[in-house]
Ligand binder design. Structure first.
Ligand code: PGA
Length: 262
């Protein structure tokens, strides 16, 4: 058995309607009600959080409610932004920080990601910190360096006692939404290197306890081989999280992998 319980998240991005998202979450929650050995969360768009949260509560939630982003500021004149306390009010338990679409499309910097991580953990919520290199960085041989820089920057001034609430998601940008996933061996290599960075920052106990999940074109067909790698502790799923059958099968693969051992 793996010592870390795997985590599987469904990042819906800017997809679904209120009605299709409600149907999706009902299907996922019902199918996973009795699947243990995996922690599951869904990350719907902001306007649907309250409605999706209510459905999860009705189903006595094994599936947790997550948000895709948050503003680093606590309140005030920040038109269009959403604070951690607003997310808590909507029963959100877990928040993504530094997703590559926010870094590379919206322009979030390492410093902003660090502020978001601190705001999320400081509010008592769990955080999924996303890191990963672009294709150009990979081709230039800088992948490990980029991941290390993003992890160190994002965790600046994050105290050790908050690390149990943090999951790292390694999501190579070239693998997101492209259909080209990292090979299981490449994912393992990147995860092991990220774990070494965590060890340098917090020591071996925290490094061994922290879950590092993989994201980027995970499908039901490739999930098990990736999750079976010793340093891969589940996945962050985009496209395949929008279909009940695909997402449930991926979550089951993570549970099966945890049961089978590493
Ligand atoms: P994908 O997205 O599974 O569609 O590649 C993953 C992510 O962006 O978290």
């Amino acid at each position: 058995m793996k010592s870390r319980t795997p985590f599987v998240g469904g990042n819906w991005k800017m997809n679904t309607t209120l009605s299709s998202g409600s149907e999706l979450v009902r299907g996922v929650a019902d199918a996973l009600a009795r699947v243990s050995q995996v922690d599951v969360a869904v990350f719907p768009p902001f306007p649907y959080l309250v409605a999706i949260g209510a459905i999860l509560r009705e189903r006595h939630g094994r599936v947790r409610l997550g948000a895709q982003d948050v503003c680093q500021e606590p309140d005030g004149a920040f038109t269009g932004e959403v604070s951690v306390s607003m997310l808590k009010d909507c029963a959100v338990r877990i928040v993504l920080a530094g997703h590559s679409e926010r870094r590379h499309v919206i322009g979030e910097t390492d410093k902003m990601v660090n502020q978001k991580v601190k705001a999320i953990l400081g509010a008592g919520l769990d955080c999924i910190l996303c890191v990963g290199e672009t294709l150009a960085q990979r081709e230039a041989g800088q992948a490990n360096q980029v991941n290390e820089r993003q992890v160190r920057a994002a965790l600046t001034q994050v105290p050790e006692d908050q690390m149990e609430h943090l999951v790292v998601a390694y999501e190579p940008v070239w693998a997101i939404g492209t259909g080209h996933n990292a090979s299981p061996e490449d994912a393992q290599d990147a995860h092991a290197k990220i774990r070494l960075v965590l060890e340098d920052l917090y020591g071996p106990r925290v490094a061994q306890q922290t879950r590092i999940i993989y994201g980027g074109s995970v499908k039901s067909a490739n999930a098990r081989a990736i999750f079976d790698q010793p340093d891969v502790d589940g996945g962050l799923i985009g496209g395949a999280s929008l279909k009940v059958g695909d997402f449930v099968s991926i979550a089951r693969s993570a549970a099966d992998s945890a049961n089978a051992g590493d």
